[in-house]
Design a protein around this ligand. Sequence first.
Ligand code: 6GU
Length: 268
Amino acid sequence: MRLDIISIFPEYFAPLDVSLIGKARERGTLDARVHQLRDWAHDVHKTVDDTPYGGGPGMVMKPEVWGEAIDAVIEGGSPTGVTGGGSPRLIVPTPSGRPFTQELAQELAAEPWLLFACGRYEGIDSRVMAEYGTRLRVDEISIGDYVLAGGEVATLVMVEAIGRLLPGVLGNAHSAVDDSFAPGAMRNLVEGPVFTKPPVWRGHEVPPVLLSGHHGKVARWRRDEALRRTVANRPELAAALDPETLDKHDRRLLEELSFRFQPEDMAN
Ligand code: 6GU
């Protein structure tokens, strides 16, 4: 995958040299390039922002600088680059975007080329998204319901979630398959607790079933723990569970937890 990131703070992306993503870059699985937006600002102060039309607090990022930057990065990647002359999908991190989910991470991991445009201040002049929307797929994406100072950290979050899904990035081929939000039997449940040696640590025992060697009982115990945690920590996920995916044991446990499955309430 080819990955370009445009930001006024390229230093934010030092973590891309580390760990799984760093190794993927060394191996060539991931061709990641970080660009300084100010390289395309032409005045002596390298200005990238201006006051908002209509008034209000803060500053807005100027469209001309972004236009030149995005054009240059696109031209630099085609027609002879690894992307084979195609064009990137443009990702604009913003708290007003659509939610970033595991499903969206999987969709983006299948793309040959992503370009992240990291805004700061009150955001990027909206005409930039309108302009590139006529030529590229443009997605404005939020990583959660809180406000960051800029798109850099959100981009790191998305790149890590996407990067670990690329072929060969995870050591264990199954690691991505039993993620809490991945498709499969435990879909829509968060994962339960995990344990390793020693069997007793500071008086805390590992649940004996995990030492029993009984695979069926272990699987049932893990599912119970996943259900308990989902009810405790993510009641909205528990409320949205599809009854078709629940067995009798699941239903009994949910009742014990005084969680009643009420289809009428699902929309609320
Ligand atoms: Cl993508 N950007 C910013 N600045 N804040 C956010 C966000 C993105 N997602 C949640 N909060």
